[in-house]
Design a protein around this ligand. Structure first.
Ligand code: TNX
Length: 539
């Protein structure tokens, strides 16, 4: 279907060699440039993975590649440190002179061997992922044949993200790592971890142990929250700081940055349940429970200096755990009812010379941004942070209520990440099938995801430079089991990866569908539950 892909290349099969996979360029996201070559490379247990003796980064990439090959094809090629290139070798080489960026790579596949080359470890890793996909496109075991081709690849956007909500339903470290693994295999590089919300506080903060002891547990509404004798059954989960560090390290090894989100001033009910003095104390006199149900709740932080002291202490620990440049502070859906009802808050608004509660939220965000700046970190928030006043120049906006916020912010000189709900939310249902799990309406299909265009049409070329990229968000209200998380994610993650990685001109729904067949087989082989709805629904 594509003139520049290697699909058409096939030499007469000589009995001993395995056949070339039907779709020989089954790579997702689709590489920027593919030029077909002559012949094929035979990849089997005898293949050597060659790395320079002193190149630790290339060695890590080669080891990771060998383990992934072992998982799918049942053999692990050996690592030949300091060995020579040859027709039986795949060379992984860092070349600091390469002109392209740190995430770019070239992949040269021919009869006389394979060379994966990049300027930096990230690019080399992505080159190996592409090679792994080519080497597993037929879904088979044992030796494989890979069509000769030359790939020159680099991402379109620097922010290629996924958000996972572990506040509504907790996910184990292993489950989180499994998601991170799949992100890496799709060349995504930013994992946004939604760690706090009304229904749960999931990150250990040493200074405030009740955040997780109390805020990490809730009682589910209805029968699900009671045991056989009708006694409440706590439903709990949080990550220790050691576990957080482990996940951050695991992600970094896969060239993924973890961006934590600590919600404020709203979506704070679990924190206020743990420490009621953080709330609007002249209105709320009794500690709320950690929220047992969904929706936009009214508990939000107060604006006393003591509450800012708490938030700053929390952020200080968060900054210590997460090396990311960006710290997400939420900012969405902060219902202002309690601020409006509070004489203390109203007095504060007056004393600051502010107009109203919206202006107070803007002031709140500015104060937190200043604190993060002391740590050399950039405040990131949902598009509500644009409301009520001027955002600090460095603040970055994540646009979820469509792309309006992205347009406004980019025009105003802020960097933006687009994550519009109707297009890139993974909690929407995917079909009208009887076995479709519950979720938000209307239906959001794989094709809807695939056809999303990242840069809003309203932006001119200069403003568009502020668009860092896009991410999909997986809110978990409807997703209690990990299997439901997985079927919401896969294969829509494939569509997302192409939208944020591949050049616009390479976006092609028919071609994508063909390549997806091999990917669905890879999911099965890796024991990853993917939704088959893409095949069941007529588009
Ligand atoms: C809105 S999107 C929220 C989340 C919900 C989601 C449900 C956003 C910034 N806030 O709290 O989980 O809708 O789709």
């Amino acid at each position: 279907t594509s003139s520049s892909s290697a699909d058409a290349t096939s030499t007469a099969a000589s009995g001993a060699e395995p056949a070339i996979a039907a779709h020989a360029s089954a790579v997702i996201p689709r590489p920027a440039q593919v030029v077909a070559g002559e012949g094929r490379f035979v990849f089997g247990p005898q293949t050597r993975l060659v790395v320079a003796a002193d190149d630790a980064a290339a060695r890590r990439v080669a080891e990771d590649f060998a383990a992934r090959v072992q998982q799918l094809r049942g053999f692990a090629p050996s690592i030949d440190s300091g060995g020579k290139a040859g027709a039986d070798a795949i060379v992984f080489a860092l070349d600091p002179k390469s002109a392209a960026g740190d995430e770019a790579y070239t992949l040269d596949i021919g009869r006389d061997g394979v060379r994966v080359q990049a300027r930096a470890a990230a690019g080399l890793f992505y080159g190996a992922v592409t090679l792994w996909q080519l080497a597993t496109a037929d879904g088979g075991k044992g030796a494989a044949s890979i069509a000769a081709q030359r790939i020159d690849d680099a991402p379109r956007f620097v922010w290629r993200g996924l958000m996972l909500d572990v506040a509504r339903h907790f996910r184990s470290v292993d489950e989180v790592k499994s998601v991170i693994d799949q992100m890496a295999l799709h060349k995504l590089n930013t994992f946004h971890w939604h760690l706090t919300d009304d229904q749960g506080w999931r990150v250990e903060i040493k200074k405030y142990p009740r955040l997780t002891e109390v805020g990490g547990c809730r009682i589910l509404a209805g029968a699900a929250g009671r045991d056989a004798e009708g006694k409440p059954k706590p439903y709990c989960g949080y990550y220790t700081q050691e576990q957080i560090r482990d996940v951050v390290r695991y992600a970094a090894e896969r060239h993924i940055t973890v961006v934590p989100e600590i919600e404020m001033p709203g979506h704070a009910q679990s924190a206020i349940a743990a420490y009621p003095e953080l709330g609007v104390t002249d209105v709320v006199r009794k500690a709320p429970p950690v929220s047992p149900d969904w929706g936009v709740h009214t508990y939000l932080y107060g604006v006393d200096d003591s509450t800012f002291g708490f938030l700053e202490n929390v952020l200080d620990e968060v900054v210590g755990l997460f090396p990311s440049r960006y710290i997400h502070i939420g900012g969405d859906e902060a219902a202002k009812d309690q601020w409006i009802a509070s004489p203390n808050v109203q007095a504060k608004i007056k004393s600051l010379g502010l107009k109203d509660e919206m202006a107070l939220q803007s002031w709140f965000v500015g104060r937190i941004a200043g604190h993060l700046q002391k740590h050399d970190r950039i405040l990131l928030g949902w598009d509500e942070i644009l409301e009520g006043g001027k955002l600090p120049a460095s603040a970055t906006v994540m646009s979820w209520r469509g792309t309006k916020g992205a347009v406004e912010a980019a025009r105003d000189g802020h960097d933006v990440v687009v994550a519009p709900d109707r297009q890139l939310y993974l909690d929407y249902v995917q079909s009208d099938r009887d076995d479709e799990p519950s979720g938000r309406f209307p239906i959001s299909t794989l094709r809807d995801f695939y056809q999303f265009s990242v840069v809003p049409a309203e932006l001119d070329a200069a403003q568009s430079k502020h668009v860092l990229g896009a991410q999909a968000n997986l809110w978990a209200e409807h997703r209690r089991s990990f299997e439901r998380i997985q079927t919401a994610l896969y294969p829509r993650l494939d569509a997302l990866s192409e939208v944020v990685w591949s050049p616009q001109a390479r976006i092609d729904w028919n071609d994508f569908q063909q390549r997806l067949a091999a990917q669905m087989a890879r999911y099965r082989a890796q024991d990853v539950k993917a939704s088959d709805v893409a095949y069941a629904v007529k588009f």
